[in-house]
Design a protein. Structure first.
Length: 214
């Protein structure tokens, strides 16, 4: 069955590279080579993708300038600030930053973008191709309000939506596990509780020894 993300990524030059390095047959059934008219898959988000996206507090966003140069940007915020609006649409509030507007300028000329979402702790990553649309917050207050993050101290300048063309769960190989402060706090909670118990037990024993000596 046709894999929508790989169909997009598998340009003639990419297919030529696979042929040269011996992996063309491995991808022929899913990149559109053997059956270009097949029904695509991996172009509509499901429960697994929605849950994964909702847990992310960061992602990488790539765009291409009118001069052909790629630009990769880190986007961060509270977990879930990147919203799944429906099975083909993502959205997020564009907060005020360093005011370079490179991504905003790039998508004005070429709306194609690529998103890279990482879960270092569990060695998982999700790649997304889509078309990005940017609107100033005052021009669509309803969308800006829908994408805003309550309690987050940042000014929303623009509302961004991304229409998804395809996505791919990438291989976990070579992902070095890394942990956020919140993840470490959660996983170390049993250790912390055990340490507090032992400290209290130690305090009581010292009191008994002191009482016996007296």
């Amino acid at each position: 069955m046709l894999h929508k993300y790989l169909e997009i990524a598998s340009t003639p030059a990419v297919k030529a590279a696979r042929q040269h390095y011996g992996s063309a047959g491995q991808y022929a059934r899913i990149d559109g080579t053997l059956d270009p008219g097949a029904t695509p898959r991996n172009h509509l988000l499901g429960p697994d993708e929605e849950a994964f996206i909702a847990q992310r507090g960061e992602f990488y966003l790539a765009s291409v300038s009118e001069t052909g140069w790629p630009y990769l940007q880190f986007r961060g915020g509270p977990a879930g600030f990147l919203r799944v609006l429906d099975s083909k649409t993502l959205g997020f509030a564009d907060f005020r930053g360093n005011r370079q507007y490179i991504t905003t300028g790039n998508v004005a000329g070429n709306d194609r973008v690529s998103l890279f979402l990482m879960d270092y702790a569990h060695q998982r990553r999700l790649k997304i191709f889509g078309h990005m649309h940017v609107v100033d917050a005052p021009a669509d207050t309803a969308l800006a309000a829908r994408l805003s993050v309550p309690g987050y101290d940042a000014r929303v300048e623009r509302a961004v939506t991304i229409t998804i063309e395809g996505f791919d769960w990438n291989c976990p190989q070579h992902i070095t596990p890394r942990y956020s402060e919140a993840e470490l706090a959660e996983w170390l909670e049993p250790v912390k509780s055990r340490l507090q118990f032992l400290e209290e037990e130690n305090r009581k024993l010292k009191e008994r020894l002191a009482s016996g000596a007296a």
